[in-house]
Design a protein around this ligand. Structure first.
Ligand code: NAP
Ligand code: MG
Length: 490
């Protein structure tokens, strides 16, 4: 199974509607984490390529794209969704090979999510509304607001959901009338490159969507520093998010940040445990734990702690870990050797700090898995809140299981984190639901479910998990400026 696209030109950059060689002529490898084999060489874009892409995006913003009405923008976004649907087998194969996610998962729920999202954004193109304002001081002054696209967007994304992350940036930008320079993650650029071609086929003019692959320190940094980029829409770690804010000062470009988390998932003794066990387990082990809002601190009421954690461990152990392309696989590899080393080093840190492994804890090297980067679902017990494994984002299939006694206690401990992205509450008690829904400091609170997404519902962070919201009708606002117009007709 080798996608036709890989026979063409994945090693080039997509700028102004054309495949171009990177100015440096340099490339780097992208590896299939299920088997450690090189899939393709990818162009290493740098400052010159970013300059070219931003110039193309600016020309398109002021030229061809500015002449599209909202209705016409909606039309091409819907056409893009149709083409993604047509080619979803290829796009999902590229993502699965590139970053290891199970193909079955990408083609099932992943497909619905991607297409639903893009069609929702298409709808937003025709919902851009200004206001007429009754002037406070004058009866002969007409005041109204218009909403205008911000301009050229630099979109920088991670590798854990490449196509989806790209659509979460490109979709609202196109709906608003902006143009985009996308820098995919170095580990997983392939589907983004194919997406660029589909944008052209959908009738989106050249220069509206440009894709510059390359490394964060070069291509990414050049994009964030560029004085003609109006906004950076970033998804990734808080450490890079902090660098992006610093790099943005030259032209005070707008920045939105979708960052990491250390999300609490709280299970009370009165919960429907038959639902809570798989919900909490997949809430942290799904996508091999490489999910920003993964429920990595699993707080369980002490009276059911032993039974519940045993059931989560049994559930985790029953999951089929394997090659993303194998239809039986439920949990793929982690994305790279580097990520494997990082997660293993966190497991060692946890053990050194006095935590114990209830499940998993070591690399899987049995038949068929030895050349890939496979880890089993791993559960830490004996965790103290001050341990690094309880405070820092690991971004692998590792959960800290923590008993608690009272709602006051769990409320305090759930919020004792520098992050605030996701959170979960499992209970049948409506008073607990509403109390925690109010007091948990996080962008999403899932009650009797976990990591459920809907394009119409905003998603984003508190605290070190970032700012700005993706999803919801307000998502398009992140790509718009407000202009006030004063007409004195006295
Ligand atoms: P990362 O290291 O922060 O990288 C994210 C992106 O930023 C990559 O494209 C990276 O390029 C680029 N980058 C690195 N240094 C840069 C710099 N100095 N200037 C500009 N760009 C730079 O994150 P990751 O390891 O790819 O992904 C995992 C992180 O993403 C986790 O923290 C996770 O929680 C977060 N995440 C958040 C969400 C959300 O919606 N909140 C969703 C998914 C993931 P390279 O590829 O070359 O490193
Ligand atoms: Mg790869």
């Amino acid at each position: 199974m080798r996608p036709a696209f890989l026979g063409q030109a994945p090693k080039q950059l997509f700028i102004d509607g054309k495949w171009v060689q990177p100015a440096s002529g340099e490339t780097f490898e992208t590896v299939n984490p299920s088997n450690g084999q090189v899939i393709a060489r990818i162009a290493a874009g740098g400052t010159q390529d970013i300059n070219d892409a931003v110039a193309a995006a600016r020309r398109a913003f002021e030229g061809s794209w500015s002449r599209f009405t909202p209705y016409e923008r909606q039309g091409v976004i819907l056409k893009l969704a149709e083409l993604i649907d047509r080619d979803f087998d290829e796009l999902s194969l590229l993502d699965s090979m590139d970053m290891g996610a199970p193909l079955s998962r990408l083609r099932g729920p992943g497909r619905k999510r991607a297409l639903g999202r893009l069609r929702f954004y298409a709808g937003l193109a025709t919902t851009i509304i200004g206001h007429t304002i009754e002037n406070s001081a004058s009866r002969e002054m007409l005041t109204y607001t218009v909403r205008e696209p911000i301009g050229v967007i630099g979109a920088i994304i991670p590798w854990n959901a490449p196509l989806t992350s790209a659509l979460w940036k490109i979709g609202p930008a196109l709906a608003a009338g902006c143009t985009v320079v996308l820098k995919p993650a170095e580990q997983a650029s392939l589907s983004c490159l194919r997406l660029a071609e589909l944008c052209m086929e959908a009738g989106i003019p050249a220069g509206v969507v440009n894709v510059v692959t390359g490394l964060g320190e070069s291509a990414g940094a050049a994009l964030t520093q560029h004085l003609d980029v109006d906004k950076i829409a970033f998804t990734g770690s808080h450490l890079v998010g902090q660098k992006i804010i610093q790099a943005s000062v030259g032209n005070l470009k707008r920045v939105t940040l979708e960052l990491g988390g250390k999300s609490p998932d709280i299970v009370f003794a009165d919960a429907d445990l038959d639902k809570a066990v798989p919900g909490a387990a997949m809430g942290v082990f799904g996508n091999t734990g490489q999910v920003c809002c993964a429920g990595t601190r699993l707080f369980v009421e002490r009276s059911i702690y032993d039974e519940f954690i045993e059931r989560v461990a049994n559930f985790g152990n029953s999951l089929v870990v394997g090659d993303g392309l194998d239809p039986k696989t439920q949990i793929g590899p982690v994305v790279s050797q580097e990520q494997l080393d990082r997660v293993l080093s966190y497991i060692q840190i946890g053990l050194d700090e006095g935590a114990t492994t209830i499940a998993g804890g070591a690399r899987l090297t049995e038949e068929g898995l030895s050349s890939g980067y496979f880890l089993p679902p791993t559960i830490f017990g004996n965790v103290r809140d001050d341990m690094r494994v309880a405070r820092e984002e690991i971004f692998g299939p590792v959960v800290c299981a923590i008993p608690f006694d009272t709602i006051d206690e769990v409320e305090r401990r759930a919020n004792a984190t520098q992050f605030g992205l996701g959170s979960g509450v499992w209970t049948r008690d409506v008073t607990k639901v509403h109390r925690l829904a109010k007091t948990i400091k996080a962008g999403s609170v899932w009650v009797n479910c976990y990591n459920v997404m809907d394009p119409a519902v905003p998603f984003g962070g508190y605290k070190l998990s970032g700012y700005g919201r993706e999803g919801g009708v307000e998502h398009v606002d992140e790509y718009l400026n407000t202009k006030s117009v004063w007409v004195n007709y006295a």
